[in-house]
Ligand binder design. Structure first.
Ligand code: SAM
Length: 239
């Protein structure tokens, strides 16, 4: 059972009200009734069981019960630098990336992308995308969901990548991903668009000293498969 968001912080025996979309979600999607217990999380990340004591039109009153210990956030921080791909593929990456513990997702325009994004388009889509990330966090019981950013070009990606302990560039021609020394805490994964990176883009990325080009085998993977597979490999080194 997923948890739900409460706009105020929670403490034992407190009564809280939930309205709006979250209340509709609890009432319609989960058909909750008076006396039922659900999990609530406040803005500070504290999670509690809560009992439904009143149901109104699109609102609920709940009594806060015992505190719950949510799953720990991953020990390592993984940022996925994903070239803009189709809306459907991005939705998939946002949902599964959240489940796999990604800390941040940075979208960027790449030469061979079928779809390009402008800053204005990114801002317009941000609410819907944050909703997908938030729902995935609730479903997977994760406390946080990834931050989502957009940079328009590869130069900005390259300068941002310099600050990471290790960068993995996903490329069919790369080497086998090697487990990295446990002291590294910040990873970046760079994945291309449907049309792949151009030779120039790969050359520019490979100027980075902290970058390793990694292959997941000889088959051509969809961007979303490559992105999630590399994130899962890194996660398997530091759960
Ligand atoms: N025709 C494109 C090419 O040759 O690069 C295919 C691009 S693929 C659909 C999208 C992205 O997924 C690639 O840019 C790369 O980052 C990643 N990718 C695809 N297959 C991969 C593999 N076998 N190993 C590592 N990364 C891969």
């Amino acid at each position: 059972m997923p948890y739900f968001f409460c706009a105020e912080n929670l403490s034992l025996n407190k009564f809280v009200e939930i309205g709006g979309e979250e209340a509709r979600h609890i009432l319609l999607a989960h058909r909750s009734k008076i006396g039922e217990k659900i999990k609530l999380q406040g803005p500070d990340g504290n999670r509690h069981n809560a009992e439904i004591v009143e149901i109104g039109k699109n609102k609920l009153k709940l009594k806060i019960l015992e505190q719950l210990i949510p799953p720990a956030e991953p020990k390592v921080k993984i940022t996925l630098f994903q070239a803009v791909v189709s809306e459907k593929a991005l939705d998939f990456i946002f949902q599964k990336g959240t489940e796999l513990g990604v800390t941040k997702i940075v979208l960027f325009n790449s030469a061979n992308a079928a779809t390009k994004l402008s800053s204005d388009q990114f801002k317009k889509k941000l609410d819907r995308w944050n909703k997908i990330l938030g729902e995935a966090a609730k479903q997977s019981e994760r406390v946080n969901f990834p931050g989502l950013e957009f940079v328009s070009n590869l130069d900005s990606v390259v300068s941002a990548l310099k600050s990471y302990g290790k960068v993995f560039l996903a490329d069919i021609l790369g080497g086998k991903p090697q487990a990295v020394n446990g002291l590294i805490q910040t990873y970046a994964v760079v994945v291309g668009p449907e049309g792949g990176f151009t030779k120039d883009e790969v050359r520019v990325l490979q100027t980075l000293k902290n970058l390793q080009t990694v292959s997941l085998g000889p088959t051509v993977l969809r961007a979303e498969t490559a992105a999630l597979a590399i994130v899962a490999i890194i996660r398997s080194w530091a759960i």
